[in-house]
Design a protein around this ligand. Sequence first.
Ligand code: NDP
Length: 790
Amino acid sequence: MNKIAKIFETLEYGPAPESAQPALDWIKAHDGVFGHFINGAWTKPGKTFSSDNPATGESLAQVSDGSAEDVDKAVKAARAAFKSWSALSGYERAKYLYAIARLVQKHSRLFAVLESLDNGKPIRESRDIDIPLVARHFYHHAGWAQHRDREFPGAVPYGVCGQIIPWNFPLLMLAWKIAPALAAGNTVVLKPAEFTSLTALLFAEICEKAGLPKGVVNIVTGFGETGQAIVAHPDIDKIAFTGSTDVGKAIRAATAGTGKGLSLELGGKSPYIVFEDADIDSAIEGLVDAIWFNQGQVCCAGSRLLVQESIEERFIRKLKLRMSKLRVGDPLDKAIDIGALVAPVQVERVRELMQRGVEEGGSVYEPDIDLPAGGCFLKPALITDVSPANTVVAEEIFGPVLVAMSFRTPEEAVALANNTRYGLAATIWSENINLALDIAPKIKAGVVWINGTNNFDAAVGFGGYKESGFGREGGKEGMGVYLKPAWEKDLKPAPAAKASPAKPANPLDASQGIDQTAKMYIGGKQARPDSGYSRPVFGPAGNLVGEAGEGNRKDIRNAVEAARAALGWGTSSAHNRAQILYFLAENLQYRRAEFAARIKEQTGEKGEAEVDAAIERLFAFAGWADKYDGAVHNPPLRAIAAAMVEPIGVLAILAPQARPLLGSVALLAPALAMGNPVVLVPSEKSPLSMTDFYQVLETSDVPSGVVNIVTGDSAVLAKTLAEHDGIDAIWCVGDAATSTMVEKASVGNLKQTWTSRGLNYDLSDTEKFDGDYFLRRATQVKNVWVPYGA
Ligand code: NDP
């Protein structure tokens, strides 16, 4: 039988190879060795390392190992370029971004081939997904460059951004970092991953061709140490990182106290939930895309299948059949599904984790399909007979390995889906749109795909909840992380707090005739401090004005427990939250004289103005509760993406020492308006305004546990709160040392932090603080993708 006739007979795919030659020619034109791209020019290659083709193990090129000096040169170039780049009009910056988009499109095939050679991903993906999305990202952000000032009034770029990216989507991650940074007016120093530097270097040439001013984009290649040098550089204003959660945590710790902006896109273990009424064949095709796209080396891979028990057996049977048809092979063959993993070390890591899965009782299925000889190839794998505690269920495998479990009810599906330290993405399959839209908001993840998966677009934010990081890439939120209010750079150090009079040597000397020691406020009830101690509160002349409980870690534990039990506050209607904030304002108004007198007692200041300002602030955020909402994006496919604004979770607040009432209310009000239960530590020096506030809370219908107040030593309680895994975000007005400590201690569960770093944030300033500033920090955006049409 001739070849064509045989193909008709067997319906086998023939090979459809793409030529590697143009990419190899490009490498050859550089003599196979690259320096860094700094200040618009190539440096002489220094110490180099090899960038290999993972499909063959052959070396493609030598790439320079960036030293701290190289990083320093790049930062100096970026700093020098910043002045004129940020002074360009938005339209001028837009034209550069547009030129880059056009040039990426023009050379798209070269980029795609080079990417597949260097990374091992199928050309089908680099050609049809990675590179088109790169071009789209630059087009989209050309628009943001031009409209920045209208859409972000009063905002300025950070300055020099250090950007560190991983190897799984080398050019796409570069685009996600560089496009918004430049659109906002920043300059950048970017380090690609050691395994995949080549498309970043080709991109540097595109910048030259686009006539981008020198120093605006600098590319320094190298290993983790080069990344560390970027993170540690004192003249970098913001760090943006994508990669593993462990390195993300190390970067969070290293930047603590430096004032550098930080956005982190980290790992995931995303659930893929299939309900019994799903279109099973479509769900299986989606699953192929969710877990075997890019060999499973995808941070948002749908790596945890949760299938309803009633269809489990049928679904797994069909899935195995589909797996047996997947084709693993040469990434440059246009007809293959799965290419090579990025490097031998990654293959090893995946194998080890699979072995661990077996040791812990899992059953591994791998189809009987051919693998190419040599190269970093693995078969698609499915692990069943696992439970939530298994390593393969909890850990990101970052390879072509799916784990599967079943569930019975929607509630169980949600509980299993959220049973992870990560929160990057989730997929839901059901023909019942009511069910799908009921589940989507219940899943703690930054992206939810309904009846589809792995949809990405420049106009739609992408990023995680919990230990998947913070900040967004794409959309307006993505632009927001590259901008800050102009006034922040003018902040002066906060005036030193006046020393409190010494505690009486004998605590009993502090006691008054009738005991009026204020208690804690936990779970809607007044509670005695666990320590059994109280602390004196002095007036401005050193006179004793009262006593407050000395809070300790057990009080914090109880308060966090109560707050977590009140997380339903976040799903109560915004109208309801607004009503309660208005009611708080109204009840504070009734007691204006009493609160004013208390302020005067503690601070010596006339208190009326502060009480009025606190009432006004409660009104302001009551007004915001039902207005600070999301958007509906129109990505270029038949789908809408609903950007939903959600609370972060339990928020800890360390209030300022000054302004004992307004200082707390200014932070409490936006947190509550957006649906976050709060654990508040009021002014250590003057806590009595907030202990008086218990009665206002009690008369204003605030559900129990939504506001919890623990008095005591701010720095001590700040540490306990920052370390507590039940706290999702922490705001701290404190000196530089306390702020640094809070940021460092927040690493455990990667809390979102806002700290004043000893600077004089004047919270009474309505123009700055009665709107977006804290609302943005009290919320995170979840994008729910919903396809439409038959
Ligand atoms: P890393 O997080 O180590 O790498 C990401 C980037 O950070 C790379 O450019 C890396 O450089 C750089 N880097 C490494 N250490 C530091 C440091 N201390 N300070 C600053 N930058 C640093 O991921 P790996 O490549 O090592 O992959 C390990 C695992 O991480 C994978 O198996 C996978 O599970 C996960 N991963 C997750 C990703 C995600 O998007 N969620 C992406 C990539 C990996 P270099 O490459 O030169 O070491």
